[in-house]
Design a protein around this ligand. Structure first.
Ligand SMILES: C[S@@+](CC[C@H](N)C(=O)[O-])C[C@H]1O[C@@H](n2cnc3c(N)ncnc32)[C@H](O)[C@@H]1O
Length: 254
């Protein structure tokens, strides 16, 4: 997903042709890892939320986003859709845990800034017992999918994970502009920001100053701006459209 295009939706195997543009894109599959071997149950549950059982294809979110933008005449490229893959997102969360001191104990607040159909929100909930998990999404039809997915979480996931693991987790979906919503209580902020522009990153960085020192802010392709955020690691993550650079930053007191 480049900034100029296009919700190109590509799936393994390694070379795919975009149905939208006819362009060929190279994508690679991640090798199976010990981490993913240990997360078979979570992979299965994520699939229950977003897989064929619900009639979802890999392009479900992208199609809903496109239809709403077309219907409403929204032309901003900052609304371009693309999404995480559960496997590489799980690896990212593991990096936060093992290398950056996150999620050492149960609890904490996870916020997805521009949550789409909610994949990082429910992905995070499967990977850690957060106290609160928040998704903020401006497009109403994407937000509605998040709310519907909550019902599937309650019906299909909660009984498998059990009461003790799930009863105190509070989910909150906001159909709002993330520059207006309050996310200052986050411990981990996730922003799949590849298609956000410079001015949006400046505004998000200004708003992010309300976060407590130590808060982790993960962005893709674009970094937080200004001295209030230290870059602590940079890595690559495969997403629905291919590889993205991921920046792990920490809010610092400056
Ligand atoms: C690249 S998608 C990421 C979806 C999801 N976070 C994921 O990674 O699977 C970015 C999302 O941000 C949303 N978005 C863009 N600008 C927004 C704004 N000002 N307020 C709330 N959501 C916004 C878009 O509609 C889109 O769904």
């Amino acid at each position: 997903m480049s900034e100029s295009d296009s919700d190109a939706s590509i799936e393994p195997p390694t070379v795919a042709i975009s149905p939208d543009t006819g362009d060929t894109e190279i994508v690679s599959t991640s090798p199976p890892s010990a981490l993913m071997d240990s997360l078979k149950r979570e992979v299965d549950l994520f699939d229950k939320l977003y897989g064929e059982q619900r009639g979802f294809t890999e392009t479900h979110g992208k199609e809903i986003s496109r239809a709403e933008r077309k219907r409403e005449g929204y032309i901003s490229t900052t609304l371009t859709y693309g999404e995480i893959r559960f496997d590489t997102f799980a690896e990212l969360m593991d990096v936060l845990k093992t290398r950056h001191g996150a999620m050492k104990e149960d609890g904490g607040v996870f916020v997805d800034i521009g949550c789409g159909i909610g994949k990082p929100v429910f992905g995070a909930a499967l990977l850690h017992k957060f106290d609160k998990i928040v998704g903020i999404e401006i497009l109403e039809d994407l937000y509605k999918v998040c709310v519907e997915t909550m019902q599937h979480w309650t019906r299909e996931v909660k009984p498998v994970l059990g009461e003790e693991r799930t009863q105190d987790m509070q989910f909150s979906f906001l159909n709002n502009d993330f520059l207006i919503a309050d996310w200052s209580d986050a411990d981990i902020v996730f922003m799949n920001s590849t298609c956000f522009n410079n001015s949006l990153m400046i505004d998000l960085s200004a708003k992010g100053k309300a976060l407590a020192p130590g808060t982790i802010v993960v962005t893709t392709t674009r970094r937080m701006v200004g001295p209030a955020f230290d870059l602590v690691e940079e890595l690559q993550m495969e997403e629905s459209w291919g590889d993205a650079t991921v920046y792990i930053q920490k809010r610092v007191e400056r």
